[in-house]
Design a protein around this ligand. Structure first.
Ligand code: FAD
Length: 509
């Protein structure tokens, strides 16, 4: 009897132990389904890149001698949902058993489990062999702690994977964290590396998506898809990152530059999240660059912390709090997203550049996501669930397990502070200090009220004033609240009146 083995669109690891042996009884199943194109409004490049990478893996598996059933979106037999297709395919092949790799999204995990319990087939789940922790490791480790700090998770992870440790199991360089060295604006030198990614023509695939009526946002750029679509290409991108960008990754990790949208970031999140790359191989390559004297410790440690620390940590947060986490709204924010989230048509230059870039490339670096777009959304009081759907759709690397804790937790503090000890917000001064986005903006970063005042300024103070009851007792915010209280009452009133006006006219900013 046959066995079906399902591969989801973010399970594209050709090195999974499943593929070590060729077995004529095993049929690998990959499917393009409306269920997945439609659960949120995705960026066009995200749909293109995932489908194209799935097609590539199917080709590789066939070449290696495996049996593959690839269900294209426009196949007549496609029932457009994963469970319905599985039922039909199990009947078609006379399969008694169906296997899948542990899904990373709660949505798919529960859907497949529900199907398994009614399918009458023998269903089993195997490890995706990707992550460095199990789903519940974080919750187990943090049991009983009031706050689950990333730093408490990260240090044992360094020891567990023996990364950047000396012979006494202590951190190389004498400290675990070099964040303080990593907060420089970028002066224009060293030059930002040119885009090292491959280019693919996927116009035929794009035409098919359009014929099927798949909705999307952003620019498809189907004649020049710039994302690595298989492991070999992803490895080339990793090489290029280590060679050209890692040495400066730390210094300019928090910088913003209108002329260099990606700066020294790796652009590896898509390759990692669809599992074309394994996190440990990426970490070990970065560590080797340090030992070879190619990249400084602060850069390598900063990079390691993102993947060994943050990436695994947010996944642990996700599984500890799902379901229900996606509905949290601890600050009671309900304003709808203004129209310019979908076209970048705002005069605030930081938001215009960051959103336009996101629409053009399906990518924005961390500071654009956190301190420009997320910062504005939190200060203005935008609805966190709607914002979550926007982030989940627009970014090439957005899968709920990693996007949701970052957006709802870290960025919007809608979880009440599980992840972030204080809200990630700033006034215009921070934006001006960390880059050139304010240059040529219609608003002035130094003005606080009046038609030319940068909206971030009044919104900043109004945010803290509005949430004094929730945030006022947080000792990390004591300084902010002291400053607010020292302000003359008429200045407070003017700031709050201006913020009120801004919040009523978000669409016109
Ligand atoms: P680099 O800056 O080169 O970092 C290297 C790698 O570290 C990344 O590829 C990523 O795998 C990992 N990493 C860095 N920061 C984080 C983080 N906070 N959480 C998890 N992994 C991290 N990342 C996603 O992969 N998918 C998302 O949907 C996503 N949504 C986000 C939403 C918001 C509001 C914020 C503030 C951050 C989000 N991030 C998300 C984290 C981070 O911004 C991206 O991982 C990063 O910008 C991807 O670009 P890069 O590969 O060039 O990253």
């Amino acid at each position: 009897a046959h066995t079906l083995r399902l591969l989801l669109g973010d399970q594209l690891n050709p090195q999974h132990s499943w593929f070590q042996q060729v077995d004529a009884q095993v049929v690998y199943v990959l499917m393009e389904v409306r269920q997945e194109t439609d659960y949120v409004l995705h960026h066009a490049q995200k749909i293109l890149a995932i489908f194209a990478a799935m097609r590539d893996l199917a080709r590789q598996l066939r070449t290696a001698g495996h049996r593959v059933r690839y269900v294209a979106l426009d196949d007549a037999s496609n029932r457009q949902s994963i469970p319905d297709n599985l039922s039909a395919l199990a009947a078609h092949y006379g399969a008694q058993s169906v296997q899948w790799q542990q899904p990373d999204e709660w949505r798919l995990d529960t859907q497949l489990q529900a199907w398994a319990s009614t399918s009458g087939l023998h269903c089993s789940v195997v490890d995706s062999e990707h992550f460095l922790t199990a789903r519940d490791d974080l919750a187990t480790q943090m049991h009983g702690r009031r706050q689950w700090l990333m730093e408490h998770f990260y240090r044992p992870m360094r020891r567990r994977y023996r990364l950047l440790l000396d012979e006494h199991d202590q951190p190389i360089g004498g400290q675990w964290n070099f964040d303080h060295d990593n907060r420089k604006p970028w002066p224009g030198t060293p030059p930002a590396p040119t885009d090292w990614r491959p280019t693919h023509d996927h116009r035929a695939l794009w035409e098919m998506l359009q014929r099927c009526g798949v909705q999307s946002m952003g620019e498809p750029q189907a004649d020049a898809v710039r994302w690595p679509l298989n492991r070999a290409e992803a490895l080339e991108c990793l090489d290029a990152f280590i060679a050209h960008a890692l040495p400066h990754f730390g210094d300019y990790e928090d910088a913003m530059a209108s002329q260099a949208p990606r700066l020294f970031h790796s652009l590896l999140s898509f390759s990692l999240n669809v599992k074309m790359l394994h996190p440990l191989e990426v970490l070990q390559r970065a560590e080797a660059a340090y030992h070879a004297g190619h990249a400084p410790l602060a850069a390598v440690e900063g990079f390691v912390r993102q993947i060994l620390g943050w990436r695994e940590y947010v996944r642990g947060i996700y599984w500890a709090h799902m379901p229900g986490y996606e509905q949290r709204n601890a600050l009671g924010h309900h304003l709808p997203l203004p129209h310019w989230f979908w076209n970048g048509d705002t005069r605030m230059r930081c938001l215009q550049l960051s959103i336009r870039q996101s629409l053009q490339t399906a990518h924005a670096h961390h500071i654009q996501r956190l301190m420009v777009i997320g910062n504005f959304a939190l200060l203005a009081g935008l609805d966190p669930a709607e914002l979550h759907r926007w982030y989940l759709g627009i970014y090439i690397d957005a899968f709920e397990w990693v996007e949701l804790p970052n957006t709802l937790g870290m960025s919007q503090r809608a979880d009440g502070g599980t992840i972030a000890t204080k809200p990630y917000v700033s006034s215009a001064a921070y934006l001006q200090r960390m880059g050139d986005y304010c240059q040529g903006c219609a608003y002035h970063p130094k003005l606080k009220t009046g038609p030319r005042a940068c909206p971030f300024n009044a919104l900043y103070w109004d945010f803290f004033a509005r949430h004094a009851e929730t945030l006022g007792a947080n000792h990390r915010l004591a300084l902010v609240y002291r400053q607010w209280q020292k302000m003359p009452p008429e200045q407070q009133t003017a700031l709050q009146a201006h913020a009120q006006q801004v919040r009523q006219q978000l669409g016109t900013l």
